[in-house]
Unconditional design. Structure first.
Length: 704
């Protein structure tokens, strides 16, 4: 199996929530360095604005990179072995068994800009990956942000200074001589106090505050928001007191003393409960929603109903930010510098381990609940939720593996989220965590049997079929030894899926049929429905409750069946519907399969007249690295539909009330096909579809 890539042409930069101020000279220098050098690193102290500057430079240069601009956020990655798969995941490379090789193969021939943000805590591993990619991919450019250079050949370094300070004596007026630091303070101050403006009466104090804060953007923003409750004179005086205390830290560089003083001052102005919540929130990675904050942080001084008000207070003080709305519940995040400060507070209080354990327990509970919801009516929402919580799940597993006796918790979380790993394509990471947990806890147990078949499923999805067979055989032996019928049913299903990948369709049908019988005997209706989909029975088991992720695979298998009958328009409609649902579920592997098959159906339908358009659609699936045609389509298209094969397909279709779809001359259309024709999505051309169905697409279907 080869790697599948989706959506590589899009620009993966996050939106700016506040205005970008100044930095004209740094922007010009950054653009020049990026044009002349293949590796540019923005260096500087924490809070100086490296990330904002890097994102602006990348956005300005986007037109020069037709292959796309991709932001890889490394702050939440703490294991250096996960850097290559994290980059591969950001680029949309799926089933990357060897991530570094897959990255090089995918990037070759594409002019792409990679933005690697927050490299300093994994500097050696990041430098090694960057150097290897630059050696093997001639058109690649990398823009990194770090507190220190990566020190690789050809690296150009742009030291990011603080914002410029006033070049005139008070009174200061806004303009080129006022300096970017004053401009930033005035903009942020006017956002919290609408009648605030720079005047002859306050310009001297504003200038002094900016000078005392050394022009550090984060420090200035923290100070400006206190105009909600303090006068400008009070801000100046209190800040001066803090800086005098910090000036005694001889071993700390001056800029770091200034930033620490500003953060300390903001901390001292918080209420006791706000301080406590700030420290506790530092255990989250990638942000948190209200339910998670309440579940982990409430208790011992903070009641559950107080969390929302405290979050609001921290947002008003610019300690926290509210993430851009993606259609799900609101999420909150500490700026990285402030998260590190909060973690220090937690360590000093002696509560770090307690809070990390609470965090782990919360996400273990979440994972176990999700495991029981994968094939129910709300499956799509649960898949989206796990995608949002990916960084927290990773942190929970990693903590468990560092805690004595925590391997079982790590195994529980990583195996309960097996479907999340599969549909999002984070297979290398899943196998990493499962392998560590299995190695740390070798005792026979139902949990171990489940982890083995989950690991085997991930190996199958990556094309590592020999290892998949080994893992699934071990899971089968253990399930038989323990008498664990549930594990045996799932192991049999995954063995059937692996047989499909091996091209042994009779064996696959035998194993999947056996698994289906076992799940039905156990009363596992939802699991049986999933196996039914794998078997191609195309059962819309959800009835009239709407299209679900499971139904997208039913559509996919039915599309292959009607393709064999020569009904190419109906097959194309089913595949479009399948791809749309899989896109909405962030199922990148499924969307790749549906789009790749759609490309071949359209190519067969149109002959040579639309070959260029079909090629564009294949490109959106990364067909440069996918077998041509898709293996299942290639094999199944050669199977005549007669006798037992016709009866099998007809029985499957009847279970979905679509038996007419497999007849040579159907008298009526299937509900799915009728729905596809009624939607503008289904009428899009292959070229339009290749732009619209993207890994990172959000929201509803695109407008016609």
């Amino acid at each position: 199996m080869r790697d599948v890539v989706l959506g590589q042409e899009t620009c993966g930069l996050s939106s700016e929530l506040t205005s970008f101020v100044g930095r004209r000279s740094e922007l010009a220098e950054g653009r020049k360095l990026l044009a002349d050098s293949r590796m540019v690193t923005l260096t500087g102290a924490g809070g100086v604005g490296k990330t904002r500057l890097g994102l602006r430079i990348a956005a300005d240069a986007a037109r020069s990179f037709p292959g796309g601009v991709r932001l890889v956020e490394l702050a939440d990655v703490t294991d250096e072995r996960l850097i290559p798969p994290t980059v591969a995941d950001t680029l949309g490379i799926l089933r990357a068994f060897e991530p570094v090789t897959a990255l090089a193969e995918f990037l070759t021939g594409r002019r792409v800009l990679l933005v690697l943000d927050n490299c300093e805590h994994l500097i050696d591993a990041t430098a090694a990956l960057a150097a290897q990619l630059l050696r093997t991919v001639p058109d690649l450019r990398i823009l990194a942000t770090s507190r220190q250079p990566l020190n690789i050949a050809g690296e150009a370094i742009l030291d990011v200074p603080p914002l410029s300070l006033p070049r005139q004596r008070p009174p200061v007026t806004l303009g080129p001589t006022a300096g970017d630091a004053v401009t930033l303070f005035v903009e942020r101050a006017s956002a919290v106090q609408q009648d605030f403006s720079l005047s002859d009466g306050n310009s001297a104090l504003v200038s002094q505050v900016c000078h005392r804060l050394d022009g550090i953007p984060l420090a200035i923003e923290l100070a400006a928001v206190w105009l909600r409750s303090l006068s400008l004179e009070q801000i100046h005086d209190r800040l001066d007191d803090q800086l005098q205390i910090r000036s005694r830290w001889r071993a700390v560089p001056p800029r770091q003393r200034t930033l620490r003083a500003a953060i300390d001052w903001s901390y001292e102005l918080c209420s006791p409960q706000e301080k406590l919540l700030w420290a506790r929130l530092s255990v989250f990675s990638g942000g948190v929603d209200l339910e998670g904050a309440e579940g982990v942080c409430a208790g011992d001084g903070i009641s559950r109903h107080e969390i929302l008000d405290l979050l609001h207070a921290l947002i008003e003080k610019s300690i926290m930010t509210r993430a851009v709305d993606d259609g799900g519940p609101a999420r909150y995040r500490l700026l990285e510098t402030l998260r590190q400060y909060g973690r220090g507070l937690l360590i000093d209080s002696g509560q770090e381990h307690t809070m990390l354990r609470r965090h782990r327990n919360w996400y273990q509970q979440l994972a176990e609940e999700a495991d029981g919801r994968y094939f129910l009516a709300d499956q799509v929402e649960w898949m989206k939720r796990l995608t949002r919580e990916h960084a927290n799940l990773r942190a929970a597993v990693e903590f468990s593996l560092t805690e004595p006796g925590g391997a079982q918790a790590a195994m529980t979380i990583s195996s309960a989220t097996w479907l999340h790993w599969l549909v999002t394509g984070a297979l290398t990471e899943a196998r990493h965590w499962l392998a560590r947990a299995l190695a740390d806890d070798t005792k026979p147990s139902p949990l171990r049997a489940k982890a083995l078949w989950a690991q085997g499923a991930c190996a199958t999805a990556q094309g590592d079929l020999a290892e998949a067979v080994r893992l699934l055989d071990e899971s089968r032996r253990l399930a038989l030894e323990l008498g664990d019928e549930t594990a045996l049913a799932w192991t049999t299903a995954m063995s059937g899926w692996t047989a499909q990948f091996q091209g042994d369709l009779p064996r696959a049908v035998e194993l999947l049929s056996d698994s289906l019988s076992r799940h039905r005997a156990l009363g596992n209706t939802s699991a049986a429905s999933n196996v039914t989909t794998l078997l191609g029975e195309a059962r819309m088991w959800m009835g009239g409750r709407g299209l679900t992720w499971s139904s997208s695979y039913a559509m996919y298998h039915l599309a292959i069946a009607v393709f064999q009958q020569g009904d190419l328009p109906r097959a194309a409609g089913l595949l479009r519907d399948s791809a749309r649902i899989q896109r909405d579920c962030h199922d990148r592997i499924g969307a790749a399969l549906s789009l790749e098959t759609l490309a071949w159906v359209l190519g067969r339908k149109a002959g040579t007249s639309r070959q260029r358009s079909c090629s564009a659609l294949q490109g959106s699936c990364g067909s440069r690295s996918v077998p041509s045609p898709p293996a299942s389509l290639s094999r199944m298209s050669r199977v005549p539909i007669t006798g037992d094969r016709r009866r099998q397909i007809s029985a499957s279709a009847r279970s979905w009330r679509l038996s007419a779809a497999v007849r040579p001359n159907p008298t009526r259309s299937s509900p799915a096909c009728s729905a596809s024709r009624s939607r503008p999505w289904a009428r899009r051309t292959p070229r339009q579809l290749s732009r619209c169905v993207s890994v990172r697409s959000r929201g509803s279907s695109p407008r016609a």
